[in-house]
Design a protein around this ligand. Structure first.
Ligand SMILES: Nc1ncnc2c1ncn2[C@@H]1O[C@H](COP(=O)(O)OP(=O)(O)OP(=O)(O)O)[C@@H](O)[C@H]1O
Ligand SMILES: [Mg+2]
Length: 298
């Protein structure tokens, strides 16, 4: 028997965009199904919008919007009938339902397809309708399981603009994603691997954690001397060669850059270029998962 989600302990703050990342099979969907009250945890508790998902799953379902990873629409209903149906399930008053349906269809660019059967839409359009349905009852928390998977890049941007807009109006987001550019847009991220939480924090915090500080790259006229000087600086935690320069890891790049530059100048080394390097989140996650794996093996 496989433990799909094991001791995942996290809390999402009201009003934030929280990203949940992990490889295929890491346990993201299982976690969100528990959070939505669709699946019961074998142990542990989850509180969502102030309610216990095990004891009061209906309360939770009424107040959240859930966009499943798997397709959950009625193929034999049209686009607008799907919205109508889900709106009635959530007991949205009928005049408001129509108004919201119009607004949402415009958002997901499906107005022209409102009379088309859901089953006849393309894959990306089905994802769009799925998002539309999750919004019909104006939920305060949106739990989206890979909402932009299979969505073309221009539309992904539109989705994210809309997420931001809703977020400014106070809607909280919990988003499973594989896209690193989307992860960068989240306020905080949690990384899960083999059902266990590996790391949690803002994108900046996770980068700092994975790298052990911040990265600075220096290009000088005399790299061997630069290496010898920087090696002995108390500001430098790690040093390595980079493409055409020297890369160091420091606590804080902003304060280290002027200090390292003047240190080199004092030693007569001409500094040609110095800049902070931003690690990609992809590298960060690979490092964090590897470190996490090593910790559990020990
Ligand atoms: N209904 C099920 N019955 C048995 N095992 C399952 C079931 N659903 C998921 N699992 C297993 O639970 C683990 C976690 O799956 P889950 O779907 O939560 O991963 P995920 O992080 O959402 O992956 P993906 O990125 O592929 O969507 C996997 O090992 C999966 O095989
Ligand atoms: Mg999944």
């Amino acid at each position: 028997s496989l433990v799909a989600v094991d001791h995942v302990d996290l809390s999402v703050k009201g009003g934030e965009i929280f990203g949940f990342l992990g490889a295929n099979g890491a346990g993201k969907t299982t976690t969100v199904r528990i959070l939505c009250g669709l699946m019961m945890p074998t142990s542990g508790i989850a509180m969502v919008v102030g309610h216990d998902v095990v004891k009061e799953p209906e309360e939770v379902k009424q107040r959240i919007g859930y966009m499943p990873q798997a397709y959950g629409l009625y193929d034999d209903l049209t686009v607008e009938e799907n919205l109508e149906f889900f709106g009635s399930v959530y007991r949205v008053p009928s005049d408001e339902r129509r108004k919201r349906a119009d607004e949402i269809l415009q958002l997901v660019r499906l107005e022209e397809f409102r009379k088309q059967y859901a089953g006849q839409l393309s894959g990306g359009m089905k994802r769009r309708l799925s998002l539309a349905v999750s919004l019909i009852h104006n939920p305060e928390l949106l739990i989206l399981d890979e909402p932009t998977a299979g969505i073309d890049p221009p539309l992904r941007r539109i989705f994210w603009e809309y997420f931001r807009q809703l977020n400014r109006r106070g809607v909280t987001f919990f988003i499973n994603t594989h896209y690193m550019d989307e992860a960068e847009l989240c306020d905080r991220l949690a990384l899960i691997s083999y059902g266990r939480l590996v790391s949690i924090g803002s994108p900046t915090e996770l980068k700092r954690k994975a790298i052990g500080g911040e990265q600075v790259e220096l290009v000088t006229a005399d790299l061997p001397t630069t290496d010898a000087i920087l090696k002995h600086s108390e500001l430098v935690r790690e040093i390595s060669a980079s493409d055409g320069g020297i890369r160091v890891i420091v606590d804080e790049a902003a304060s280290a850059i002027p200090r390292l530059t003047s240190l080199l100048r004092e030693h007569g080394v001409e500094v040609l270029q110095v800049r902070q390097l931003q690690p990609s989140l992809e590298d960060v996650f690979i490092r964090l998962v590897q470190e996490g794996g090593e910790r559990t093996r020990l």
